[in-house]
Design a protein. Structure first.
Length: 459
């Protein structure tokens, strides 16, 4: 019936009262369209829970074959933040309405536990499961009938998403879009100039980007090998500590841009966070024992495959050097957002951090740690394209200071705004300890690796 009415309005002409009437009808129909959420990680699922809780229509789109598919890539890693800060309040309420029992809130979950004990039960709820599309990739987002340059009536036009599911392209409309795709799938290169060289791409079978399961399924890949770990952060430290526990035959080289290895140790026993201090102390002891070769202030320019392995060429203190040779490389160099499918959407992105522009001064890692980032909501995150939002790790761009709890507050505020509760949207309802909970990862002799409470591990 509504399609018939819309056709009748269109037939009224293009330039008079009928045009206004058409736009009013189109605007009304847009309100009946679902809100599209892209990415079924913790933050995307939290957005779905908030919408489901108030009976608002939504579609949740996930490119992987499971919710939390990116997290499962580091499922062996233990988060540093306890369950208390990894569960969204409304998601918890909706789950408990279906007799779900929360884990011990003080416990530190593995990534796999976060998915299996929280995200999958949440996704399987009758309020969410019928509206979840797995194995579905968003190829493009645009405004209906408009290219990026067209401004007239733009706010009244719906969003159009082009999806690919099982090799078949589909088109759907949405009244709003929440992009919670994160950055995990787009790691930074090893190259110090942050560009992808042909040689690095060709060596991808010997380079692991992220945190490998060194004690588990990837144990055989590194045992008895010459391994270069690239990066000066806590992920690199975790990786080295894990490698050191394999056997004495593993040759570990640590390549970083920091001027001295001491810069990576942190506060050790003076650290306000005991776990972070212990991490620094353990790597300090390992280095002092001579179990790790250190290359500091080293800027990688080129990788080359030789008959003996991989040669790494770079510059240190103004002098070009070649380090050779390695069997495997583990890159802990961070990640970056992907905006390629949003080229037809008007976005304000900071030129340095690649975060939401208004958020950049609040999260600049040169000035802030996780614990000093101020809570923020819809007003900070809104884009020039009305009702389009980037949330979660992707909203932080390349900055590594993101917390899941921060993402939950983002979507709470955005959902409130999209559903007309403007007063609630302006409130800040984030509760974090003064020291923050992102800190660092901790590897102990009797437990798996630990990591930040980030959606995408970038410790």
């Amino acid at each position: 019936m509504k399609n018939i009415e819309l056709k009748q309005v269109i037939s009224g002409g293009c330039c008079g009262p009928a045009t206004k009437k058409y736009l009013d009808v189109a605007s009304t129909l847009n309100k009946e369209l679902p809100i599209a959420i892209i990415g079924a990680g913790p933050v995307g699922l939290a957005a779905a829970a908030h919408l489901a809780n108030i009976g608002e229509r939504f579609i949740l789109i996930e490119s992987g074959d499971s919710v939390g598919s990116n997290i499962l890539n580091w499922g062996h890693v233990r988060l540093f933040s306890p369950w208390q800060y990894n569960i969204d309040k409304i998601a918890k309420k909706v789950l408990e309405d279906h007799a779900w029992k929360a884990p011990v809130l003080d416990d530190l979950p593995l990534g796999s536990e976060l998915v299996n004990n929280y995200l999958i039960p949440l996704a399987n709820l009758p309020e969410i499961k019928p509206f979840l599309l797995l194995n579905t990739k968003v190829d493009f987002i645009s405004k209906k009938g408009l290219d990026k340059m067209k401004s007239a009536n733009r706010e009244k036009s719906s969003f159009v998403l082009y999806l690919e599911q099982n090799g078949v392209s589909k088109r759907m409309e949405a009244r709003a879009v929440i992009d919670a795709t994160g950055t995990w799938s787009h790691p930074n290169p090893i190259n110090a100039d942050n560009v992808w060289t042909k040689e690095e791409k060709e060596l991808k079978q010997h380079i692991y980007y992220g945190i490998p399961d060194i004690k588990g399924e990837q144990k055989g890949k590194y045992k008895g090998k010459r391994v270069a770990v690239v990066g000066g952060g806590h992920s690199a430290i975790n990786t080295i500590l894990e490698l050191s526990q394999l056997d004495d035959d593993v040759e570990i080289s640590w390549i970083m841009r920091k001027k001295t290895v001491e810069d990576a140790y942190g506060g050790e026993d003076k650290d306000a966070l005991e776990a972070r201090g212990e991490l620094g102390s353990r790597i300090h002891q390992l280095v002092d024992a001579g179990q790790v070769k250190i290359y500091t202030s080293f800027f990688i320019h080129q990788l080359n495959k030789t008959k003996d392995g991989i040669a790494i060429t770079g510059e240190s203190e103004g002098v070009e050097q070649t380090l050779s040779t390695f069997d495997e490389i583990i890159a802990n160099t961070g990640s970056r957002p992907d905006f390629s499918f949003e080229r037809e959407i008007r976005l304000n992105i900071d030129t340095a951090t690649e975060s939401v522009e208004a958020l950049a001064p609040l999260i600049d890692p040169n000035l802030h740690s996780c614990g000093t980032v101020r809570p923020h909501g819809e007003e900070i995150l809104r884009q020039p394209e009305k009702d389009f939002y980037i949330v979660g790790m992707k909203s932080y761009g390349r900055a590594p200071t993101f917390l899941m709890a921060t993402g939950y507050e983002q979507v709470r505020s955005i959902v409130a705004h999209l559903t007309g509760d403007f007063e609630s949207a302006k409130k800040v309802e984030l509760d974090l300890p003064e020291t923050g909970v992102c800190s660092v990862s901790l590897v102990t002799q009797n437990s798996a690796q630990s990591c930040c409470g980030t959606e995408v591990s970038n410790c």
